[in-house]
Design a protein around this ligand. Structure first.
Ligand code: ADP
Length: 251
């Protein structure tokens, strides 16, 4: 089992009063499972992903990664775990002044010390250069290695972010509305690419697009108000359930 959440709750501290973002989340995610998270804005999808990648800690309950309580890990062990988890965000968050290849190589940063990172980025070894090249090739950007990230289109930047995850080669892939900022024709292409990259890995993706979630993911978890509203095989998610999940959402 990759993840096990036992009664997980989370609260954001805030000057205007604490915000409870998640309540008693209980779920298990098996190794190699592909799970979509759906739910209206503010339902807790991003918070759950940040808990899964170890950026946030539960305020209550327990979250286990491969049987180990994430909150009980030493900083070193947490760093080792985080190397094994790759995250793709809505904004690709590339370093604008670095080339596509250098950005792809940033996927290795968790494994390198600072001097190693600087050396690898400024004058990559042949092996590292080949690694970046292969990743860019896989995402259809073989010819764009030397291009600066800020000279690429939005879709190309998201492809570089996927190449960066490929270089990281994590066992778990988390995605937080990875295509929402792209136009619809690109969304489908990139979803297929992400699926290709996710083969053999555990994938948990928060998605805006219900149709895409139901078409691509065998299992769908609906979140509402920080709670699990349903957790079902995609084939059992009815239009009525979806309507109820998004009822009351302000757009
Ligand atoms: P989603 O990804 O489904 O839109 P989020 O996980 O971002 O939902 O948010 C869940 C809840 O936590 C919302 O009520 C949101 O306003 C609140 N929240 C999210 N991030 C913060 C933060 N940094 N500080 C305070 N509250 C936050």
């Amino acid at each position: 089992m990759t993840y096990q959440a036992l009664q997980v709750g989370h609260v954001y501290p805030s000057r205007t009063g604490a915000v409870q973002s998640l309540f008693e989340i209980g779920l298990g995610i098996e190794k190699g499972e592909q799970v979509a998270l759906l739910g209206p804005s503010g339902s807790g999808k991003s918070t759950l992903l940040r808990l899964l990648n170890g950026t946030l800690r539960p305020g209550s309950g327990e979250l286990r990664f491969e049987g180990r309580d994430l909150a009980a890990l030493s900083r070193r062990d947490l760093r080792l775990v985080r190397r094994r988890i790759g995250t793709v965000f809505q904004q690709p968050s590339l370093v604008p002044s670095l080339s596509a290849s250098q950005n792809a190589l940033c996927g290795r940063l968790g494994r390198w010390t600072l001097p190693q990172s600087l050396r690898a980025l400024l004058s990559p070894s042949e092996g590292d250069a080949r690694l970046a090249e292969a990743a860019l090739d896989k995402v259809g950007l073989a010819h764009k290695g030397p291009a600066r990230a800020d000279e690429l289109s939005g879709g190309q930047q998201q492809r570089v972010a996927i190449a960066r995850v490929l270089v990281q080669d994590p066992e778990v892939l988390l995605a937080d509305e990875p295509f929402s900022s792209l136009d619809p024709s690109l969304q489908k292409q990139l979803a297929e690419l992400l699926f290709d990259v996710a083969q053999g890995r555990t994938l948990v993706a928060a998605l805006h697009d219900v149709e895409m979630a139901l078409a691509y993911f065998p299992r769908v978890i609906g979140l509402h108000g920080g709670r699990v509203a349903f957790d079902l095989p995609a084939a059992q998610v009815s239009p009525a359930l979806i309507e109820r999940l998004y009822a009351g959402e302000r757009s």
